[in-house]
Design a protein around this ligand. Structure first.
Ligand code: ADP
Length: 382
């Protein structure tokens, strides 16, 4: 049974106006008889209505709001005590909704479709308007709204995700196909060697992408088994810096670790936390020109432990900065292609840090460098 039919069959619209949500201004002044005390079933019905995740607004025959449940109040951003007794359009600033309600009141016309409603934020609502005949021969209108904003957002994210993955895989596959065909047609040994190296590189990129995707899927679904242990972040950062030091010196970048003398242990998954630090160091090294510096710093105080990875590199523009933790977000696509990068690294970092109850933030200035900070809870005693 639809909510409208439910309310109509229970005669609830009138009941809600008179008992649960109080009389409308007009009814209050016109009332001569005291209303009967609410019955058990009507009280139950009113409680149900108030608890419904769907928004319900009841509009009296004169076009004034007679009832608003809590969900409708939050969806449409209205205060029920101020809305009741007022014309619908004064509280809900949607001419489309007003038109539908007027049609329902005048001719019993029922409509049901998506409506974009903008109050504090934009919301995508599925709104049904239906007429309810009252016992006195007049009609009330019932507005039932279901908030679909999140569902639509998720659907868009899913579609973007599939299209991004397809795009990321198609480019290397096309390159491999062309190079393989050229090799099949016969190429001189020098060209053949170069093609084979390119094929190997493109294959590596695809494997890295698929591994990142699998990591992300496991992290997002919560299926990743984190093995929590006492992990000294100072030692972990020193190891990670050591693992990148040959690469850094080849690139002409100074790479340092700065850690507190007493260590800084947290409860965490060592491999996952290593992945976080290596990912941040890798980004810093990829985005810092020769002659620059990258520093990984661990600091600890009573409220928590922080790992900073700072570089003096190219920096990130302020309009791009809020998006860098989104999956597949790449600041400069042509640069990412030449430097290797799928736009998944920071999304993975964020998931891992959050799975440890921590948070991650980025500060950056274009042309001057970037700072990525992972903050964790208080250090554990060892
Ligand atoms: P990718 O794997 O492509 O590097 P990430 O998710 O790690 O993807 O990073 C997202 C974007 O943020 C990338 O385009 C990258 O260039 C940029 N970025 C990340 N770290 C830095 C940094 N330290 N300096 C400048 N840009 C950075």
């Amino acid at each position: 049974m639809t909510i409208g039919a439910l309310l109509a069959s229970a005669g609830l619209a009138a009941l809600v106006v008179a008992r649960r949500w109080g009389p409308t201004k007009q009814e209050a002044t016109a009332a001569v008889e005291l209303p009967e005390p609410p019955s058990e079933s009507s009280r139950r019905m009113a409680a149900l209505l108030e608890a419904l995740p769907a928004g319900v607004i009841i509009v009296a025959p004169d076009g004034r709001i007679a009832g608003v449940n809590a969900s409708a109040a939050s969806m449409f951003g209205i205060a029920p005590e101020r809305a009741i007794g007022r014309a619908l359009i004064e509280s809900v600033r949607s001419y489309e909704l007003d038109r539908r309600v007027t049609a329902a009141l005048a001719g019993g016309v029922e409509e049901s479709s998506e409506l974009t409603f903008i109050a504090a934020t934009e919301r995508r609502l599925h709104v049904a308007t239906r007429a309810v005949n009252r016992g006195d021969g007049k009609r009330e209108a019932l507005v039932v709204a279901v908030d679909r904003t999140r569902v639509i957002e998720l659907e868009t994210m899913r579609r973007d995700f599939v299209s991004n993955v397809s795009h990321e895989l198609r480019s290397p596959l096309t390159a491999i196909k062309i190079m393989t065909e050229t090799l099949q047609d016969g190429a001189d040994p020098a060209a053949a060697k170069e093609f084979l190296e390119n094929i190997a590189r493109e294959t590596e990129r695809m494997i890295a992408l698929v591994e990142d995707l699998l990591d992300l899927a496991r992290l997002e679904s919560g299926r990743l088994d984190l093995r929590f242990d006492s992990v000294d972040l100072s030692a972990l950062v020193c190891d990670a810096v050591r693992s990148q030091s040959t690469r850094a010196s080849k690139l002409g970048i100074r790479l340092d670790a700065v850690t507190p003398s007493g260590g800084a242990a947290i409860a965490g998954d060592r491999d996952m936390l290593t992945q976080v630090v290596v990912n941040l160091l890798d980004n810093a090294l990829r985005n810092t020109p020769a002659g620059g510096a990258v520093t990984a710093r661990v600091s600890s105080n009573g409220s928590g432990v922080a790992v900073d990875v700072e570089d003096t590199g190219i920096g990130i523009a302020s309009d791009a900065l809020p998006h860098v933790f989104e999956r597949f977000y790449v600041v400069d696509r042509s640069r990412a292609k030449s430097k290797g990068g799928t736009g998944l690294g920071l999304a993975i970092v964020k998931h891992i840090v959050e799975a440890h109850g921590g948070s991650v933030e980025a500060q950056s200035e274009l042309g001057r460098g970037s700072l990525f900070r992972c903050s964790f809870g208080p250090a554990v005693r060892r």
